[in-house]
Design a protein around this ligand. Structure first.
Ligand code: OVV
Length: 411
């Protein structure tokens, strides 16, 4: 066969034509209101390239779910932020849970899943119900208009969670800023990360200093993790880093999840009436608010090999940004995805992730939300917004600065 001239050679047809978006998903405008970007991402295609960072992204439910579940193809050990741990030194020792793959992931996961299991949490339920009633009584004794973020969503986790871990008293005010920085640090080094830099050393050192056996209470999640080390289920070197995961992932997440729930009800008073009529809907309400607001918006994975996803070829070693928040409002999966609706079944949402890394602390978050809502239900007839909520910008969290509300009390 004779060589053909360049001009009549068949065009090279790429295996896939992957759409490219130019917006910065970590820019202030997208973080302030991510919904338009999420819609554009889903519409562009199942797999998209984000030119701002030279990375891949997925925003449709089906592909986000598939990628989260495929831990062999989409690893976590290269970091679940933009930074590739195979090329850049992590800014802190990697998490043994979040930033690990099997088999290293298995023992820490197993231990923490037991420590935070519904069965293990059972004994906390009456105490947390009483704590919630006390907090709600305190708040409702004050003005009928207040900020529900500071008054309830921050106050309740800070009242119950550090004690449940067995954290010592001093320095607890470091918990929220540390978590805020960790969640920013999954994104690019933008102004949100830079804002946190001056305190990283101080906050990181404080958190690390709170994870040793000697400073943890004799009973609590911290002590339970150390007991697992005594039983040989994890090593004594692993225990403090697993405690660190609790202190990192257990506070800001629940604050913004509770804020999302309170916002959902303040914005949908009819759903509050419905919940009051049937308090067994608290679990649905929790998952529906997590679906709708997705307090954790995104995580990255890194491909371990050349992969084809929905016809797109993603090479090995690439960062892929998975938009949990976009998947949770994908109209291909959810009917009227933007509605907060207690009659839907929100199960299957990816707000806690999916697969082997699915949030190990979710039962703690559920218990906090149930305790708080069940304390509010008999006392509050109506909760409504008195002004626009303020966002707190974070590279990963859909976070709240304030939620101005007015409550009408049950007489
Ligand atoms: C899910 C999550 C978020 C942030 C930090 C961690 C986990 C951790 O394990 O440190």
């Amino acid at each position: 066969m004779t060589a053909r001239a360049e001009s009549d050679a068949p065009m090279t047809v790429p295996a896939s034509t992957v759409p490219v978006l130019s917006e910065d998903p970590f820019g202030d405008d997208v973080l302030t209101d991510p919904l338009p970007f999420h819609a554009a991402l889903r519409e562009a295609g199942p797999v998209v390239r984000l030119a701002a960072y030279g990375i891949w992204a997925m925003g449709r439910y089906a592909e986000v779910h598939t990628s989260l579940t495929d831990w062999q193809g989409f690893q976590s050990a290269a970091g679940v932020g933009l930074s590739d741990f195979k090329r850049e030194k992590p800014w802190r020792p990697p998490s043994l849970l979040l930033e690990a793959d099997p088999p290293q992931h298995d023992a820490p996961r197993h231990v923490l899943a037991n420590v935070l299991s519904p069965r293990a949490l059972k004994k906390l339920r009456p105490a947390w119900a009483a704590d919630a009633e006390e907090l709600v009584a305190e708040v409702l004794a004050g003005p009928s208009e207040f900020d529900a973020v500071a008054g309830l969503a921050e106050a309740f986790p800070l009242r119950v969670f550090p004690d449940a871990v067995g954290l010592s008293q001093g320095g607890r005010e470091h918990l929220l800023p540390y978590g805020d920085h960790v969640f920013n640090a999954f994104g690019p080094v933008n102004h949100l990360v830079e804002k946190g830099q001056p305190r990283v050393a101080e906050l990181g050192a404080w958190v690390a200093s709170r994870c040793t056996r000697d400073v943890l209470a004799p009973e609590g999640f911290g002590a339970d993790i150390w007991a697992a080390a005594d039983r040989g289920e994890i090593t004594p070197q692993q225990a403090p880093l697993i405690v660190r995961s609790l202190l990192t992932a257990g506070v800001d997440t629940t604050v913004h999840a509770l804020s999302a729930i309170l916002h959902s009800f303040a914005a949908h008073p009819n759903e509050w009436t419905r919940l009051r009529a049937d308090p067994s809907l608290v679990r649905t309400a929790f998952d529906e608010a997590i679906r709708l607001e997705s307090p954790v918006q995104t995580f990255f994975r890194t491909t371990t090999q050349d992969l084809r996803v929905a016809g797109a070829d993603i090479p090995e070693g690439e960062k892929v940004l998975l938009f949990l928040g976009a998947a949770n409002r994908d109209p291909r999966r959810w009917e009227d995805p933007d509605d907060f609706d207690l009659s839907r079944d929100p199960s299957g949402h990816v707000g806690f992730g999916m697969g082997i890394h699915q949030c190990v602390g979710q039962h703690v978050a559920r218990l906090e939300a149930e305790a708080l809502l069940l304390a509010m239900i008999p006392r509050i007839r109506r909760i409504e917004l008195t002004g626009p909520p303020q966002r707190h910008l974070n590279n990963t969290l859909r976070a709240w600065g304030s939620l101005p509300v007015r409550v009408e009390l049950e007489r």
